[in-house]
Every structure is written in C-alpha cells, then in structure tokens.
Design a protein around this ligand. Structure first.
Ligand code: ATP
Length: 593
C-alpha cells in the first residue's frame, strides 16, 4: 500500500470513529454483530440529513415555480419494475467463489500473483466429506502451513458444524499447479477459484399479502424515480401545470449490493433525492420557436428559455446542481464525468456523473441523465394508459406548417434514426405515426433526471469538512484537535450557548434566556460544563459554526454599554465579536438558513 493510500485509509478510519463517537452514524444492529451494508444515523447525523433534505427540497421545488413534490410509497405493483426494465436488467455481473460461494462483482476483482494449489477434496474425523476439486490461489508471500490453515478455516466456516474444527479437516490429494501473474480468476479475499460471470439482480424481493407465494412477489424499490413516472399523469392532471415542469421526491431505496463498502457510500438501504424534469421533444420546440437553441461554451444558463431543447436543459440542470453543491460547501471538490456514447444506455442522450473527492477516491455523488421519452413510453406501452400531454401552442404552430416543411422534419428524423450508434432505429411507419400525433399537439414528454444520494452527500460533507490541527494548551501541552468545517446551512448544531460559569445563577439565567430565544428557530446546544475552551473544542469537533458566551460584561458589570451583549465566536478562524442579544437572531439566521 502506498503512503497516500495508507493515509487515506487512516483518515477514513478516523472519520468512521468520529461518526460513532459523536453520534453521527452507527452500524445498524450493532449489539447483534451488525447488519451488512445498513447504517443508522444518530442524533447529529439525523440533523445533518434533515438539513440536507431541506436544502435540496427548497432548491428543487419550494424556491421554483416549475417543480412539484411527491411522496410515493416504497412498495409498488411489480408490473412497474417489469416495465422499467429492472426485473430483466437491474443486475451486476457476479462471479462466485467455488470454495465459499461468496460473490464478488466481476469488475471488482483486482489482478493477483501467486501459485495455484489444487486438492481432490477434504474430509474430517466427524465423517464429513467434501468430494470435489478445490482450487485456491496461494499468495506469493504466504507460508504453506498458514495457507493450509486458511483453506481449512474457509471450508469449516462454509460447511458449518458438520465439518468439525478446522484443524481436524484433512485436505486430500495436494497438487501444485503453475504460478500465475495478474490473474483475475480468484476471489480477492478467499483466494478460491471464481466461477463464470452471471447477472445478479440487485432488487430486494418481498411478498405482499398473507400467502407468500410467487404471485405475491414484489420488490422494495431500488430507486425513487419510477414512482414519479407512474404518477406522472395524476400529478399533471391535478396540478394544471404545463411542460416544461418537474416532479421531485426524496425517499428510501434498497439495493442488494453485493459488496457494500466504503462506510455509507455503498449501502443496501439508502435515501435518494430525484427530480424528473419533463420537457418537450426537440421537434416540438422547432415547430413552436422556429429552431432549437444550440449550446456553446459560456452560454447563459441562468434563466430557462422557450427555445431550449434537451441539450440546454440538461446543461442547465448540471449548472443548477453544481450551484446547489456550492451552497452547501462542496463546490471546490467536484469533478464531472461526461459519459461517452459507449457508456450510455441505448435510450440515453447524455449523462453526466458529478463526482466528489472522498478519502477512498473520487466517486459518483449524483448522475444527471437526459433519458428521452424512454420511461414514460415504457409505462405507456406496459400499462396501456396514455402518457401523452396535449399542447395547444404546439397544435396552433404546427397548423401553420406546409406539407413540405412537415415532410422535411420527418426526413430529418428518419436520417437521425438510421445513424443511431446504439439501439434499433424506429421503423418509418412509427416515425410517421409519431409526427402525426405531434402535429396535432400530442407527445409523450422527454425527461432530464438529476438523481442524488442523500447518504453519499452526507458522507461527502463530513469527509470534506474533516480537519485536524495541532494546538498547544495553557500548560504547553500539545494536542491534536479535530474540527469539522461544516457549512452553517448543513451543520447539525448551529450554535452553542455557554454561560462563562455554571455556579453564577445570573449568568446561567441569561444564557438560558438566549438559548430559549434562538432555539425556536434553529438547533442550539446549551453547555455549562468544563472550561470554555473545552466547550468550544467539543462543538468544533461536530462542526457547530458559532458559539455564544454569556459573561459578566453581559450583565453590565463593566459598564452599561456592554449590558445585554454576548461574545459571538466563529468556528472558522476563531474570531470573536461582541453582539447585542437583540441582534443575534437576525445575524445567525442570515447565515444558517
Ligand atoms: P454506482 O455506479 O455508484 O453504483 P449508480 O450509477 O448505480 O451508482 P444511480 O442508480 O444513478 O447510481 O443512483 C443515483 C444516486 O443514488 C447515485 O449517484 C448515488 O448518490 C445514490 N446511490 C446509488 N446506489 C447507492 C448505494 N448503494 N448506496 C448509497 N447511495 C447510492
């Protein structure tokens, strides 16, 4: 392991430890040994997530006129997952260890060097027998006896009590095969030979209804997006909106990730924040506006325009989402990966992954995809219910087109279908039928989908806010202080309130008064134990951006001009200012909301 990798692993361990120690994130079911890939948020984690949810909800719907909210259920009719393609294709390619049946993602096996050891089987004094060839990679540095011990241990744990104790298992017919270099055919942890790559569905199955038969099978949703598509028509009809408009929702999603890892980054239960922003097909824009605006470097994306097609809308949402991340303190650590035509799903026109720096690497935080009309069309076909909208403006504009102009549009589209890189071209009859509906003002909207993970966002926030500094106390003793430089908008505690001394009733009464004043508007923490320095340090460690100290000046002991003023300390930089109690609320609210 390189020094950088070691430092990053150590940093991650410190972050995990801080999260547990200070009540951000706990392992689920810890007292029973945990539950793989599932995490619980403690008091501070719950506040952090809540702040992130609110920031996202406000940015995506409250502060906008063109996006509506939805709160759909986790369980849905399984027909939704058939129509969306999840039953058929929501799978990772997996390989299974022949020794332990442990699965690993086919693209997650790093090349390994070593010697292949083969055995014809194994048996134990208990009468237990394993009657098949065992082929295991012995690592270069490994001693033969520790290798045999490892294999016996693995066999014993896989066979359960039947095999007896590992040391009682005899490995039969040992044969050494050739040395291998950079082999990807052995399990990275067990060393057992890997079987062929097979798709493994990531959806968690469950049963709806009392009989628990195959007829009752449904799934815990693996994404929140499909409910938005399934409810598209209801929201559209109930809200008197016009395309372009969006529907967003926040909620739990479940994926049976084969290798949950990197703390909460890849979990089996997590929360998504997704927007489906419905737009007109480019052909409709061309008919209404004369042409579709083209994107160029430096284009003004601040205000949506009537002549925007999918490309500009897609770039607009990348820009909006970037501004969102800047507003919660992640602006400086983002990168963008524009998927290549080879990466893209056949129906997708573009997809950008917003990546963020984590101690374990630069990884996806959010994906923003232009998905055409794929999803709504799939549900229209599967349910037999029209997902079209009627657009009067389009109908009026199309009525002014000559037959030649209409035919030119159809020919342009047919040519585009023929030059598709992926997926079959749409048959000419279907293209003509589609245009016939379009010229009458009817179409299935296209969609831009910004899809973010709340848990990844919370982890990104914590990991990028983590800082250690060395401080020397009054006695000259050096200590390492941890500071979470959380943006005030997302910090779980906004302000700490501290009376200078806890045994002076006047100070305590004033501090409780300040606490009560602020508490109705933000999460405030009252603390009267230990020295002021220690109290500041405790709050720095959990990212509290402000601290208020009530001292004798507050009581007017140094003169009336300081009466009812407090010291406001800023976590970053440690500067302190004297503020009137009556000015506190306005000053703090401006920074934390
Ligand atoms: P990845 O490639 O990391 O598996 P993905 O491309 O499958 O992610 P999407 O299906 O696009 O992810 O989901 C959208 C967002 O949901 C991701 O950007 C991520 O923030 C979040 N997300 C997806 N899977 C998980 C998971 N297992 N744990 C936590 N968050 C997740």
């Amino acid at each position: 392991m390189s020094t950088d990798a070691k430092n990053n692993t150590a940093l991650m361990e410190k972050i995990v430890s801080l999260c547990k120690r200070r009540g951000f994130i706990f392992q689920s079911s810890e007292i029973y040994g945990g539950c793989g890939g599932v995490w619980d948020y403690g008091p501070l984690g719950a506040e952090l997530k809540r702040n992130l949810r609110t920031a996202w909800w406000n940015a995506m719907t409250r502060d906008r006129e063109d996006v509506l909210g939805l709160d759909a259920s986790i369980l849905m009719n399984p027909a939704i997952w058939k129509a969306s393609g999840h039953v058929e294709t929501f799978a990772d390619l997996m390989r299974e260890c022949s020794l332990t049946n442990k699965r690993v993602r086919a693209d997650h096996v790093d090349p390994q060097d070593g010697v292949i050891m083969n055995y014809t089987g194994a048996e134990a004094a208990t009468g237990w027998k394993l009657d098949r060839v065992i082929s295991v990679l012995m690592k270069k540095s490994e001693h033969i006896e520790s290798f045999r011990k490892r294999v016996r241990l693995l066999i014993a744990s896989n066979a359960g009590e039947a095999a007896g104790k590992p040391e009682e298992i005899v490995l039969l017919g040992e044969a050494k095969a050739d040395a291998v270099e950079r082999s990807v055919d052995y399990h990275p942890e067990t060393g057992g030979a890997l079987g062929p790559a097979r798709p493994f569905n990531l959806m968690l199955k469950t049963y709806l209804g009392p009989t628990a038969t195959e007829d009752d099978v449904t799934y815990l949703r693996p994404e929140t997006a499909q409910a938005i598509f399934a409810q598209f028509k209801n929201v559209f009809d109930a809200s008197r909106v016009k395309v372009p408009f969006g529907i967003c929702q926040i909620g739990k999603a479940f994926r049976n990730e084969v290798t949950p890892k990197n703390f909460t980054f890849r979990s089996r239960e997590f929360e998504q924040m997704e927007l489906e922003f419905f737009i007109k097909p480019d052909e409709a824009i061309e008919i209404i506006s004369g042409e579709v605006a083209a994107w160029s470097e430096g284009a003004d994306l601040s205000e949506p325009q009537a002549n925007w097609g999918w490309d500009l809308w897609h770039r607009y949402w990348v820009d909006q989402r970037t501004k969102f991340y800047e507003g919660i303190g992640l602006g400086g650590v983002l990168e963008y990966y524009w998927q290549t035509p080879e990466d893209l799903a056949h129906y997708a026109r573009a997809c950008v992954d917003i990546l963020c720096h984590f101690p374990f690497g630069t990884e996806e935080l959010e994906g923003i995809a232009a998905r055409g009309s794929f999803d709504l069309t799939a549900h229209q076909n599967a349910s037999g219910k029209s997902q079209e909208v009627f657009d009067e403006e389009l109908k009026v504009a199309a009525a002014k087109l000559t037959d030649e102009q209409k035919e030119a549009m159809i020919q342009k589209r047919l040519a585009a279908e023929q030059s598709k890189v992926k997926g079959a071209p749409m048959p000419e009859a279907d293209v003509r039928a589609w245009f016939e509906r379009l010229f009458k003002g009817n179409y299935v909207p296209h969609v831009i989908e910004p899809s973010a993970g709340l848990d990844r966002m919370a982890l990104a926030i914590i990991a990028n806010a983590y800082e250690e500094t060395e401080k020397t106390d009054e006695k000259g003793k050096k200590e390492v202080i941890t500071v979470l430089k959380l943006h005030p908008r997302v910090a779980p505690i906004k302000v700490g309130v501290f009376p200078l001394l806890k045994n002076k009733p006047e100070l305590v009464a004033k501090a409780r008064e300040v606490y009560a004043l602020l508490k109705r508007h933000m999460n405030v923490f009252y603390d009267e134990t230990a020295s002021i320095g220690r109290r500041y340090a405790r709050q720095d460690e959990v990212g509290t951006p402000f601290g208020i100290t009530i001292d004798f000046d507050t009581l007017g002991e140094k003169g009336p001009e300081l009466l009812d003023t407090v010291t406001l300390r800023h976590r970053d930089g440690g500067e302190q200012e004297r503020v009137k109690i009556s000015d506190l609320l306005g000053k703090l609210l401006a920074q934390v909301s």
